[in-house]
Design a protein around this ligand. Structure first.
Ligand code: CDP
Length: 235
């Protein structure tokens, strides 16, 4: 009997490109676990702030990694993030915290420490894993790699609408400025910069509505991967 291998779909791309929505909706369609690695960097930042740890102190940040106990639960319209028993989904996405995540993201020590944790999610499940460096660093041998992108204007608008819906008081200009800064940090950093893997399929998410995008991704997944029976085709 052939051993069942877990499969890995990597989804990378800049802020607001629709990665999270795509991954969240795609994963159940193929019966994979959705892993949002941005939530890991965000939760680490939250714990550091709450522990009064200097975000500039790479050693201290990396020392928090073994304490991370992150899990994900799919709710109807979003993914819930837990740190131990505590749900942190909203806190980790507020704009103040978002503006601080670059400390953890830019640190080679932190990125190194987070590698085993990210890979461990694929030990027991097939995964749709989204982030910035999944196809390049975390799973360079992923079965399938997507790089989702869209023009800055539409990415900023998408994120602004999400934040509005949560009642955050923030202007579109502020969101655009934040994303420009994060894109620059993510693209320019020395360690694991944001870029499409050579073998990634680049998708311009500005060309689709959400349903259309997920259908397109699912179509590609089913054409390239053997999806085990039981993951029903939905339409
Ligand atoms: O949701 P959004 O795309 O705005 O961000 P995210 O995916 O939650 O990631 C938040 C931040 O974490 C990003 O701006 C990156 O700096 C960092 N990150 C990273 O460096 N590597 C990853 N694999 C995932 C996130």
């Amino acid at each position: 009997v052939q051993k069942h291998q877990n499969q890995i779909i990597a989804i990378d791309g800049p802020a607001g490109s629709g990665k999270s929505t795509a991954a969240r909706l795609l994963a159940p369609r193929v019966d994979f676990l959705h892993v949002d690695t941005g939530a890991i960097y965000r939760t680490l930042t939250l714990l550091a702030i709450e522990g009064n740890i200097d975000l500039d102190n790479q050693q201290a940040l990396a020392a928090l990694v073994p304490q991370l106990n992150i899990s994900f639960k799919t709710a109807s319209d979003r993914i819930l993030v837990f740190s131990g028993d505590r749900e942190v989904s909203n806190e980790i996405r507020n704009p103040e915290l978002t503006a601080q995540v670059h400390f953890a993201a830019a640190s080679p020590l932190v990125r190194q420490a987070l590698q085993p944790l990210q890979r461990s999610f694929a030990v027991s499940h097939s995964v749709v894993m989204e982030g910035r460096d999944i196809g390049t660093v975390i799973f360079p041998d992923a079965d399938l790699k997507f790089f989702l992108d869209a023009p800055l204007k539409s990415r900023a608008e998408r994120r602004w609408r999400e934040l509005q819906a949560k009642g955050e008081k923030i202007s579109l200009q502020e969101v655009e400025a934040d994303q420009t800064a994060r894109d620059k940090n993510d693209t320019d950093r020395q360690t694991a910069p944001l870029r499409a893997a050579e073998d990634a399929i680049v998708v311009d998410t500005g060309l689709y509505d959400i349903d259309g995008m997920v259908e397109e991704l699912e179509r590609i997944v089913r054409s390239k991967l053997a999806i085990p029976a039981g993951a029903e085709e939905q339409s």
